[in-house]
Design a protein around this ligand. Structure first.
Ligand code: SF4
Length: 257
């Protein structure tokens, strides 16, 4: 695959995503992603976003979004300084509460992580200071993934992105798209595939000037068709190749799309 093809494909995908926007909602959505700045977030907001990632894991994003207000009420606004003192009895109470997502591992993780986050904040005098002391993206990723419960590789990327750090999240949507385009060997979450995804995204970022959060957003919208901002997906489980501008796609050529 020639390198310029990455940028060409990205631009064609971006063109399609913008075309499917409801009003200018896609642009607004992408703008919010690029404007996020972790240095401006309070520690409590950072932890709240971690909880949102944990609760959303395995669900359609809109499920947790629609429940968010009641979840905040039942989890004391996800205030880690309060949650850190919740014990096993509180977990049992929450497991009987119909207003929360009754997944014991997720509830346990939120309470456990509140303790870990509280310790981290005290040790580094704030999350922002912690980020300043951990500037290497790969080491930061490993540190977060290995310190907190219920954060695997993909959910850690999701969390880091949600607090404004510049990453591409190599989730199933991105892996499937990159595989169909012929950029990675399989859809599997292997180290080789993740590394290739990061390199390609970095290359597109350098060539286009868009940051990784923006690029991630374009790919994600193209595959998921986030219905709050656009009319539908293109490269979803059953891809709509005839509506897609990427004519040189490997999958398309192989399937006469
Ligand atoms: S599989 Fe189809 S929809 Fe997806 S990128 Fe290729 S041509 Fe476009």
């Amino acid at each position: 695959m020639k390198k310029h093809s990455y940028v060409t494909s990205f631009e064609l995908i971006r063109k399609k995503v913008l075309e499917l926007s409801i009003g200018n909602k896609v642009e607004e959505h992408l703008k919010i992603r690029t404007e996020l700045n972790p240095a401006q977030l309070e520690d409590k907001t950072v932890f709240k976003r971690m909880c949102a990632v944990i609760l959303s894991s395995g669900f359609n994003a809109s499920i947790v979004k629609n429940m968010w207000d009641q979840l905040k009420t039942e989890f004391n606004d996800f205030d880690f300084t309060v949650l850190k003192d919740w014990g096993p009895e509180k977990i049992e109470i929450l497991m009987k509460n119909e207003k929360v997502i009754r997944n014991k591992n997720k509830i346990r993780a939120i309470i456990h992580n509140a303790k870990v986050f509280n310790n981290l904040i005290h040790k580094h005098q704030g999350f922002n200071k912690f980020l300043q002391e951990n500037k290497d993206p790969e080491l930061l990723f490993i540190s977060i993934r290995d310190s907190f419960y219920f954060l695997g590789s993909i959910t850690t990327f999701d969390f880091l992105k949600r607090i404004g750090l510049n990453y591409i999240k190599p989730d199933i949507h991105v892996r499937r798209l990159f595989h169909r385009l012929g950029w990675i060997d399989s859809m599997k979450e292997t180290n080789k595939n993740l590394s290739t995804i990061f390199k390609i995204a970095e290359y597109i970022s350098t060539e286009t000037g868009f940051n990784l959060n923006y690029i991630d957003g374009v790919f994600w919208l193209f595959c998921s068709g986030y219905k709050e901002v656009m009319t539908g997906p293109i490269c979803c489980a059953i891809p709509k190749c005839t509506e897609c501008y990427v004519k040189h796609c490997k999958y398309r050529k192989e399937n006469n799309g």
